[in-house]
Design a protein around this ligand. Sequence first.
Ligand SMILES: Cc1cc2nc3c(=O)[nH]c(=O)nc-3n(C[C@H](O)[C@H](O)[C@H](O)COP(=O)(O)OP(=O)(O)OC[C@H]3O[C@@H](n4cnc5c(N)ncnc54)[C@H](O)[C@@H]3O)c2cc1C
Length: 517
Amino acid sequence: MYDYIVIGAGSAGCVLASRLSERADTNVLLMEAGPPDRKREIHIPAAFSKLFKTEVDWDFSTEPQEHLNGRRLYWPRGKTLGGSSSINAMIYMRGARADYDAWRDLGNAGWAFDDVLPLFKAAENQERGASAEHGIGGRLNVADLRSVNPLTDAFLNACEAAGLAKNSDFNGAAQEGAGLYQVTQKRGARVSAADAYLKPALRRGNLTVWTQVHATRLMIEEGRAAGVEFFMKKPPGLQQVRATREVIVCAGAIGSPQLLLLSGIGPRKELEALGIPVAADLEGVGGNLQDHLNIGQSYHSTKPVSLSNAESLPNLLNYILRRTGPLTSNIAEAGAFTKSRADLADCDLQLHFAPVYFVEHGLKNPPGHGFSLGALLLTPKSTGRIYLRSADPAEAPAIDPAYLSNEQDVAPLAEGLKLVWKLLESKAFDAFRGDAVFGKEDPSSFIRAYAETLYHPVGTCRMGQDASSVVNAKLEVHGMPGLRVADASVMPKIVRGNTNAPVMMIAEKAARMILEP
Ligand SMILES: Cc1cc2nc3c(=O)[nH]c(=O)nc-3n(C[C@H](O)[C@H](O)[C@H](O)COP(=O)(O)OP(=O)(O)OC[C@H]3O[C@@H](n4cnc5c(N)ncnc54)[C@H](O)[C@@H]3O)c2cc1C
């Protein structure tokens, strides 16, 4: 029996379990399906793509995507302490002011940018120091890269020559422009949500953490969430644990709607078809799935300078002794925010440059040296959904992001691709550029053939007040007392940027709303 049960020790769950257990009079259980975060590749930044398709990755695939030549896309998601923040590219990004103001305008009081900026700042330890936009002394260390690859310098020169303004802080006064990314690292090592929030809290007697424990169903008694049924490997079998105050679902944009649906919280028709008794008829659960679709190109490099040899013995020694060198790279070292059309008020394209091949998530990199640049659409209009294939909690849900199902998403992404080509073909890369990995086609066919996720699914337990929303502005599930959702799934609209820091902010706010109602 615990006061609070937090399901999922990812970006949000680690923040919540830590904050809730700061109150000595509360008893908190954090339950995680994956193992502890012991793998070395979690902590050495440049190694993160080696975690793909291992035991710390859920290794999801989408349904065949009609507008991407029927391809099924691979979706990595973290399955360990820290969740996806233990396998991500560590870019520290908040998104644009307009994103949060839009959340407020959709009826979510307290979520405008001016409301959430203090939470971002309180969570942050900005190594550059405090400022109007940045905080120090928070749990999440935000650092500049310790080692910048010469190919990344070439990318920044290409941007300058193309007329993109320099931006030394994408989380500062304005997003637009090109520059190096800041990263969630400390002394050259990853800082996941588990590193930042959970580990410092582990010695508290009122916080219990269970790993390799898979929540299979919420226990609903007399119309309220009373606890969690879970599957444990050792001893194998189903067991139950009760919450006296609240259950908080932090299982991510895929896991959270899946668990709600398995518990009978979702669209009545869908649940009845699978023989799941309906506890709350909420049509929006699993809907409103949004993601950032990325289109990239890689080139062979004529000089052996890329991150392909990051693991050489000298680099390894340099990392161990000084915590510098290529192993500290987050791979996506630099990028840019720009507009596909001059008349837009805010940026709708984001670029990520990697001084290494990044072919099919790095899983199909050719041997040798290369570099990659991708453009993603920050403001997709296409929305998809997550739904159950069966009532079996062990079966992955169906994931249909319906990429490019809204035709209006194609033109801006094509502009992004043209910019990618222009930059990669520009003079700044002449000293490095070999052959392109993918042959050029017309932009829309190229996108349909090669676009992939940039790992930011959100929105599947949408916050709002209308009939198809799932949680209210306090993140309480409509019609189900004792239950909240707090993670990427509550975003009403995807933010213009990478999603880790926004999710941690959501959890910071959730903790405050729970403790100070
Ligand atoms: C490869 C990759 C690169 C990325 N790069 C960046 C980046 O550079 N910068 C950035 O800002 N964002 C990045 N992101 C996105 C960012 O990491 C995620 O948006 C964020 O971590 C999501 O947080 P979450 O708490 O919603 O979910 P998660 O962090 O995924 O946490 C969910 C947790 O719940 C657990 N869980 C799920 N179901 C159950 C269950 N039934 N029972 C028990 N536990 C369960 C999972 O194992 C997981 O630990 C990246 C993501 C990936 C995958």
